[in-house]
Design a protein around this ligand. Sequence first.
Ligand code: G6P
Length: 489
Amino acid sequence: MSASADRFDLVVVSNRLPVDRTVGPDGTSGWRRSPGGLVTALEPVMELSHGAWVGWPGVPDQEFEPFVAQGGSRGGSFHVFPVSLSEQELERYYEGFSNATLWPLYHDVIAQPLYHRVWWESYRSVNGRFAERVAEIAAPGATVWVQDYQLQLVPRILRRLRPDLAIGFFDHIPFPPYGLFAQLPWRRQILEGLLGADLIGFQRAEDARNFSRAVRSLLGLSSRRGTIEVPADPESGMGAHLAVFDDYPISIDAHEFEQLGRDPEIRERARRIRHDLGDPHRVLLGIDRLDYTKGIRHRLKAYGELLDEGRVHVEDTTLIQIAVPSRERVETYRRLRDDIELTVARINGDHSVIGRPAIQYLHRSFPRREMAAFYLAADILLVTALRDGMNLVAKEFVATHVDNDGVLVLSEFAGASDELKTALLINPHDIDGLKDTIVQAMEMSPAEVSRRMRAMRRRVSEDDVERWSDAFLARLRAVSDDNRQGLAA
Ligand code: G6P
């Protein structure tokens, strides 16, 4: 498959490409669509608009030619432009600055952020490379949508290179409160980087407020009704423009998950999962990337105590915990895995009986259809994140439960809690509260379960991902048109 030398009217740029490199046992290589919220969110838009996607293919020290990604759920295709990273950039830009500086800083410093100047230098230069690649392939006046915290400098670099483009940025993770953001030695550069965009999107209104406070305090720029006047920068030749910011809570392809929830094969698979667990009366489920932001330890603590106290019994209840491997070379993630696995082993050692594990723990990723079967097999989903931009697993669980069964226990620190108001909302730090809520979920009457789930399903199916991306892109074009007119005036 060869990519054309075309220029593209819509270019999406993210750290990670929505495809993974695969190498078969016979040595033949190919590309496979990768799982994850961002792909779920943007793939349909890309397929519909035949756009291009710029990103890293997930392996270091390898150059790949552009290619066309085929075979998405809607039968479309899009061009893929791989950006390569060296092993050293992988360590400094990705594992270092992105995932050991920004990630913990933006997630309430749950883990200690590390500030290293060589990491910052790498972040800057890799952001520059991404921006240059986009500048090469974007058609005149094209729309460019930059994704997430790994690429916060791209909007400004791109505006300098290509002032004709409409530049959008979406932050998938929280934007931290000022008191935390202010720790960052390169806080001004990050804000200036973001302000290169015409439109900056956040998950929650609270994130947008945190951003506006940081811009005011650190750059002395005030916002009026979500609009910031970004002054010209004579040094770089960048003209003045207006940057608009707002909250755009991301969603899922709700229709796809509804269909999976109705699929007889998947429903049968869900029954099979329950059967293989010994047909317990109640199945609880946790599905998370193995990340310290997800509150897996808090969940296990609560569950272990419920077993200790005899409020939950292994004879009729099982917890399935799926931990998807993530960022395994970063030290905090390695320690977290050890911690979680020790805790699971202890709880199982104390409580399991033959053929009835207290916790069925799976450390791997699953295809989407299998995930849907797990959602359906579960009576209760536990989302206990300590901080989470949105949490798409919560929305996927809701969309899949087409029979309006299933209870969602949802952390108020996950963005999804702004919308899924009939979930059982919890503070995961309050272990007693969490325990009581789990018991409440287990005892809830079917009528109440159905009433709550119905309301959540309505919300998710109305505000699905297509609506999200359409709304963002429409606003982006409008803001960019205003900016162009302003330039012309
Ligand atoms: C979060 C981030 C994404 C990231 C994903 C997986 O959802 O917002 O930008 O791609 O985690 O993490 P990874 O480091 O494997 O790309």
